[in-house]
Design a protein around this ligand. Structure first.
Ligand code: HXC
Length: 517
């Protein structure tokens, strides 16, 4: 006979909760730990502030009666959902529990996720989805597909309203990988794999033989597909990256990112006067420029292992969150290719949606030439960069470090694309192209007719360089606002951010623009 006294009911409730919180049971939890993974609940605990988690739907159950599921209970239907605080700020989250039916997404499982997302939308709080799942729950057939559909739909509703972050901590297979793909940032651990069709199917269909790791591991998605934004060694690191990322972001599109007391000084940094190599043809790591300017030298680089000719990431100046975009002269001499344009355009659009000012460091010889680039659609993809910069209405600040040539000069947040402030270092060269290329076009005949062709060529290159390889002509035409001493860059950026903080940029009303996808 069940004890119906209050004490009896409370004891029963406690026992039931404890049992459900065990997920798929001790054996499966132990297996998860053996693989070096945290459990679904441990991941939540590691992510959120202590004692802040409020769960929704611990008692939720599936409605499936076939495949022997009628009388089976699956704790929380394989996904832990709820609200919590991260650094004192509200988030909503879902964490799939692989110990319960492989974290597979049945109808109720997905409805729980979609419900947590709706709560994010209503409360203007970021949504974090921790993925560890065998995908759509096979036993629930099309009901599970429908559930996934609702998650995708919610992903799109939330897009641009609240930040959405996906952590991939275990399998994320088939259509399930499209929810992360619809979110703003994906953090994948080295213990996780993500693909639409796995190695076995690929082998059957195309004959290609590839391991799951090489196909859908974190390194593959960082280096090749560009699907993910951060690689984490393990769950602990993934959660750390997620918290750090959230610290740079506002809770929603109507908020500002939190301003932190990270660094209040604008003292000159003399090292910046020597950061560029003397030889203008030599590469250097643009991250050394960035770290010499931003608070505590701290840059959270996004997609650090993809399209490395373009560096993007979050930093702070006087505690204000900023999005940084920079050509990287160390890779492809900083030329813009398809992947770099896509990477930067997406990042610009994220910053714009969430009121994060954009600072662009320019050292670019042009768009990357090549048949592969042309066939791959560098025209269409490169145009995304121009579109994203032109459409961005947040404060936009340009700093030209060295080369700024041709179409790439225009594309890298030029004043003509709406930069609010443009600074140039004295080393800046703003021209249609490099002096070598320019003299070949303009003075070809003259060089052919010269008695000493090489000497005349060198002379003409020098003349062209004298005329254009400085920022003064551009400043004369107001294409740059000021030529500044590198050491003082931080102070200039801090001031520009201060006076641009209330920037208003009205655009003609429309449903949406048509970025060339
Ligand atoms: C139901 C599932 C499941 C699923 C795993 N399980 N995936 N149950 N539906 N999709 C169950 C297993 O039966 C097993 O139950 C438990 O989870 C653990 O799985 P294992 O196979 O033992 O684990 P492991 O060896 O680690 O392999 C993990 C895995 C594998 C690689 C994810 O389980 C797998 O390949 N699963 C199927 C993946 C898949 O094809 N999913 C559908 C994708 S299509 P027991 O009781 O034995 O412990 C899709 C469409 C979405 O997702 C559509 C959206 C548009």
């Amino acid at each position: 006979m069940a004890d119906k006294s209050m004490q009896g009911l409370v004891d029963a409730l406690r026992a039931k909760r404890a049992q459900l919180e065990q997920g798929g049971g001790a054996e499966r939890l132990a297996k998860q730990k053996e693989q070096g993974k945290l459990t679904a609940r441990e991941r939540v605990a590691a992510l959120v502030d202590a004692e802040s988690f409020e769960e929704f739907g611990l008692f939720a159950q599936h409605r499936q009666s076939s495949f022997g599921m009628a009388d089976k209970e699956f704790p929380a239907d394989g996904v832990v959902t709820g609200a919590a605080a991260v650094d004192g700020r509200l988030i909503h989250l879902a964490s799939q529990d692989f110990t319960v039916l492989g974290g597979s997404a049945g109808e109720v499982h997905s409805l729980k996720v979609a419900d947590a997302m709706q709560r994010s939308l209503k409360t203007g709080s970021p949504f974090v989805f921790i993925n560890d799942s065998g995908g759509a729950r096979v036993q629930e057939g099309i009901d599970s597909l429908s559930g996934y559909g609702q998650v995708f739909y919610a992903n799109v509703l939330l897009s641009g309203v609240v930040p959405q972050i996906s952590l991939i901590c275990g399998p994320c297979a088939g259509g399930a990988s499209y929810s992360p793909a619809l979110t703003d940032f994906i953090i994948q651990t080295r213990k996780a794999q993500m693909f639409i069709t796995g190695p076995q199917v690929i082998k059957q269909v195309t004959g290609e033989d590839i391991s799951a790791e090489a196909l859908g591991g974190a390194d593959a998605h960082m280096a090749h597909s560009g699907v993910i934004h951060f690689v984490a060694e393990d769950d602990e690191e993934a959660v750390y990256v997620c918290r750090r990322l959230l610290s740079f972001l506002p809770s929603n599109n109507l908020d500002e990112a939190p301003r932190l007391p990270t660094d209040t000084s604008v003292d000159p940094n003399p090292q910046l006067n020597d950061v560029l190599p003397v030889d203008p043809k030599k590469g250097y790591d643009v991250r050394n420029v960035i770290s010499g300017i931003v608070d505590q030298g701290d840059l959270l680089e996004v997609q650090a292992g993809y399209a490395m000719n373009m560096v993007v990431g979050f930093a702070r100046i006087l505690g204000r969150s900023v999005g940084i975009i920079a050509n990287q002269p160390l890779v492809l001499a900083g030329a813009i290719d398809i992947n770099a344009a896509n990477k930067a355009a997406r990042f610009i659009r994220f910053c714009n949606a969430f009121n994060i000012p954009i600072i662009t460091f320019v050292d670019v010889p042009g768009y990357l030439p090549g048949v592969e680039q042309e066939y791959g659609g560098i025209i269409r993809n490169g145009a995304k960069l121009l579109f994203a910069y032109s459409a961005a209405s947040v404060p936009k600040i340009q700093v030209i470090l060295r080369k700024s040539y041709g179409g790439a000069h225009v594309a890298m947040c030029s004043k003509d694309l709406g930069a609010d402030s443009s600074f140039a270092w004295p080393t800046a060269e703003i021209a249609v192209m490099g002096a070598e290329g320019a003299v070949e076009i303009v003075f070809r005949k003259e060089m052919q007719n010269a008695t000493d062709k090489a000497a005349r060529r060198a002379e003409l290159i020098e003349q062209y360089r004298q005329a254009f390889a400085s920022p003064y002509i551009a400043a004369g035409r107001r294409l740059v606002d000021d030529i500044i001493e590198p050491a003082h860059t931080r102070r200039h950026l801090a001031q520009a951010l201060e006076y641009l903080q209330n920037k208003r940029d009205q655009r003609p009303p429309k449903k949406h623009g048509l970025i060339p996808l």
